[in-house]
Design a protein around this ligand. Sequence first.
Ligand code: FES
Ligand code: FES
Length: 156
Amino acid sequence: MKRDIKCTINGRQRTFYADPCASVLDVLRDVLHLMGTKEGCGTGDCGACTIIWNGKAVNSCLLLANRMENAEIWTIEGLMKDGELHPIQQAFIEAGATQCGFCNPGFIMRIKAMLEENPDPTDEEITQGLVGNICRCTGYKAIRDAVKIAVKKQRR
Ligand code: FES
Ligand code: FES
């Protein structure tokens, strides 16, 4: 049964009426109209739906909306600041790490959580950190390069 759910999304307190048994992905897209978070597989295998939930990168297709109660959630829509792209978004452009772009929001949120925990990852740590996200276009090297560019940008 639907009920009011309260949480913070992209730094803003939100209250909305939703089914607590729906996925967070469906609530973000269908109730809150935050369409940046994508559905690839819907079964936890592709990472396209990655968001940051209470500081952790999670697959929003596998998280039930009742876990949104009092949570702090960040989606791709929350990254731009004062009209400027986030350094990770900028790094994706510089590295050419985007083709169709469908996987990008999930990768970018995964990388954001990774760099918050480990601001200077090794090549191996980058590869391991991205293991849950699939890209059908880029071949991954450009995405790993984007992480390295983002690390340098965040040091400045
Ligand atoms: S849509 Fe969630 S992991 Fe693929
Ligand atoms: S850029 Fe197309 S799936 Fe990654």
